[in-house]
Design a protein around this ligand. Structure first.
Ligand SMILES: [Zn+2]
Length: 204
């Protein structure tokens, strides 16, 4: 299928209840659509439309004649297919909260790659996970007790709590409402429609 730049696009996946669950690539989205596992969702002036594979092909054919600058198309040997921005899994009814896995990447994404003590933003290689209440004092490895920290602040704090180290947390760590990784692509105007489905703290 088609040119590589269109295949690099991201597609937001909703569950049956229109709740954002994850982000996938175009190839995966088209496979789900073709198999009937997913439908495309578009939003036009607060009006939702749902398309199955057939009707999405028809719409693509029409819109390929007058492409907008914020649209991407895939070229296949027989036709042009518009790249969907949002698909909905028609049978999937799990609630997204359970899909937020705790790991380095999702935790750094939650904190915006910002040290929660000094407020500086750093690349992932210069950040570490800090247990607010240290493990040596019974602190758990949970969303509520782990924050993103720069290496400086991390070593300064050592095996102490913030108050023992006279350091202050910028925000109270909480479990994210939906997948924090989703927020990263929102600066791109092509993904404007995603905002409808993401919680404010993630979309900001
Ligand atoms: Zn710091």
């Amino acid at each position: 299928m088609g040119d590589s730049s269109s295949l690099d696009c991201s597609v937001l996946v909703l569950n049956r209840f229109y709740m954002a669950v994850r982000v996938i690539d175009v190839r995966r989205a088209m496979t789900l659509l073709y198999r009937g596992c997913a439908e495309v969702i578009t939003i036009d002036e607060d009006q939702y439309s749902n398309y199955d594979f057939e009707s999405w092909c028809e719409l693509s054919e029409l819109q390929a004649l007058e492409k907008q600058s914020d649209e991407d198309f895939l070229r296949t040997p027989t036709r042009e297919l518009k790249v969907p921005r949002i698909v909905r899994l028609v049978l999937y009814d799990r609630i997204p909260k359970s899909t937020v896995r705790f790991n380095r990447k999702t935790l750094f994404a939650r904190d915006g790659y910002r040290c929660q003590y000094c407020g500086q933003t750093r690349p992932m290689s210069q950040l570490s996970l800090d247990h607010v209440v240290p493990r040596s004092q019974g602190g758990k490895t949970t969303w509520e007790n782990v924050v993103c920290s720069c290496l400086n602040c991390n070593s300064k704090k050592g095996g102490r709590t913030p108050s023992q180290a006279s350091m202050k947390l910028l925000t109270v760590p909480v479990r994210p409402q939906s997948n924090p990784g989703i927020g990263i692509t929102l600066k791109d105007p092509r993904y404007e429609s995603w905002k409808t489905f993401l919680t404010p703290n993630v979309a900001s």
